[in-house]
Design a protein around this ligand. Structure first.
Ligand code: GAP
Length: 476
């Protein structure tokens, strides 16, 4: 189940402490949001799941973290200075500014209906900031509109420092900035947002094969985060970005319909070729600007053939803010209970839940129960599973309801039985089934650790299988 309207989603995110409007008390900044206590945990968990699947669970991808500010020439040679713009139209009557390609009717203002409109102008989406003590109009840098360029600029550094061979990838997550003309749909189109992008460098003739592979790997990842297959679809780009040979979006069905959450692009040799000096030494497939500014060649020498060439790039580019709203939306569930009441549950996958365990001591006025509860909390905090909270409410029903609503997978209750009974049992209550099991206090760490342990990833299962086959063959 999901929320019914966008307004419901926004209100849920605010009320439960996921997302707040930035600079709210001064009227807010359009297209800019702050994350609250639960939002910051959720986003961290999504980011970690992404990083784990690409960097920790594979042997062919390295991670980097590049600066938000970058040299103007980066964006000249990446093509962004020339092409990263939207067609802007202004209404001469009410002064609303609109993206021409997103207007309901190109002859009338979306806000007041006037036909007195300016001609479309190219509006650069990159944001500038002044750098250094002199503000003479030339000493500026761009805030990056994508993380990808930082990964391209470090291609050679990573290749050499990590002793890599093709194919290999560079993953990076972090903030990107775009001066969107019409930020909209809550966290969907922002001016400041977080991307999770991976650039996979391959021999040119293998690009399509890798593009297909990455489409499937990324689609599978979204399924593993809890989005059902029926709510996802691929949509090939009809209009390609300046760098792309082919591109597809993974779209999710938001409350307003299917829209992009990730792009899988075959950027061919556009970016590495653009940032390369002596471009004439190579056969560059993409249309690139001549480059007299670069100090290096972004090339690769095949260790077997000795041939030097510019690798092709397959990019997977996801947005973590869009992921947040998709996953909250998908997890939101209202259930009818046998007593006729309705229960609201946020059925996030447990690895994404902002709070992993709530320890609930009953009763608040009993120091022995409180001390035992604190000890349980300590043991669970040290498991490294994420945030564990000591729930200081005296009302167990309220505590369970609140934790159902924010998606806490388990609550551990400490009560008089814990003090008095043999083996000092605590009660573990499951968010989804509402079942309660009794666990001896000495075993609670082991129990929770097992609850949060992960299955062996499919690719490792496959590799282990291949190795075992090899071993069998060796014995024959
Ligand atoms: N490096 C390629 C690139 O930036 P993109 O399709 O423009 O490609 C990739 O962006 C992802 O970043 C999108 O699929 C989306 O999830 C996210 N994204 C892009 N613009 C955004 C915006 N204004 N607000 C929120 N997320 C955005």
């Amino acid at each position: 189940m999901a929320v019914r309207t966008m307004e419901e989603l926004v209100s849920l995110c605010k009320k439960r402490g996921f997302v707040f409007q930035s600079s709210e008390i001064y009227g807010g900044l359009r297209g800019v949001y702050d994350l609250g206590p639960l939002g910051v945990e959720l986003k961290k968990n999504i980011r970690n799941a992404w990083w784990r699947s690409l960097v920790y669970e594979r042997d062919d991808i390295e991670g980097v973290e590049c600066s938000h500010l970058s040299h103007r020439l980066v964006w000249k040679h990446s093509g962004h200075e020339d092409t990263f713009s939207d067609p802007l139209i202004e209404c001469k009557t009410c002064h609303s500014r609109m993206r021409q390609d997103k207007m309901k009717d190109e002859t009338k203002c979306d806000t007041c209906g006037s036909s007195d409109l300016t001609d479309p102008k190219k509006f650069l989406l990159m944001m500038k900031t002044n750098i250094g003590p002199v503000d003479d109009g030339s000493s500026f840098a761009y805030l990056r509109p994508e993380t990808a360029q930082g990964s391209y600029l470090n291609f050679e550094n990573v290749l050499l420092s990590m002793g890599r061979k093709l194919p290999f990838g560079i993953a990076q997550h972090g903030k990107s900035f775009r001066n969107e003309i019409t930020p909209k749909n809550f966290l969907f189109r922002l001016r400041e947002f977080e991307q999770a992008e991976m650039q996979f460098f391959v021999p040119p003739e293998t690009d399509i094969e890798w593009w297909e592979k990455w489409k499937n790997i990324r689609h599978q990842w979204w399924l593993e985060q809890g989005i059902p297959a029926g709510k996802l679809r691929f949509k090939d780009h009809e209009q390609l970005a300046h760098y792309a040979k082919c591109a597809t979006d993974i779209e999710y069905e938001f409350p307003w319909g299917f829209d992009e959450i990730e792009g899988i692009h075959d950027r061919q040799d556009f970016d590495l070729g653009s940032h390369t000096k002596s471009q004439e030494d190579f056969k560059i497939n993409a249309k690139v600007l001549p480059n007299k500014d670069s100090t290096t060649r972004m090339s690769y020498r095949d260790p077997f053939t000795g041939k030097e060439f510019i690798p092709f790039v397959i990019e997977t580019a996801a947005g973590l803010d869009r992921a947040m709203i998709a996953l909250i939306n998908e997890a939101y569930t209202e259930e009818k209970l046998p007593n006729g009441k309705t229960r609201t549950v946020l059925k996030l996958k447990k690895h994404l839940a902002p709070i992993k365990v709530a320890v609930v001591p009953l009763a608040k006025n009993n120091p022995d129960i409180m001390m035992t509860g604190m000890k349980v909390r300590r043991v669970l905090s040290e498991l490294g599973i994420g945030r564990v909270v000591f729930e200081n409410s005296n009302n167990i029903g309220k505590a369970y309801r609140r934790h159902d609503e924010i998606g806490t997978p388990i609550c551990v209750t400490v009560d008089f039985d814990t003090l008095e009974k043999e083996n000092h049992p605590v009660t573990v209550r499951d968010r989804d089934t509402m079942e309660q099991v009794s666990v001896n206090i000495a075993d609670i760490g082991k129990y929770v650790k097992k609850f949060y342990s992960r299955e062996t990833p499919q690719q490792d299962v496959e590799r282990l299988y291949q190795f075992s086959k090899m071993k069998e063959k060796g014995r024959e």
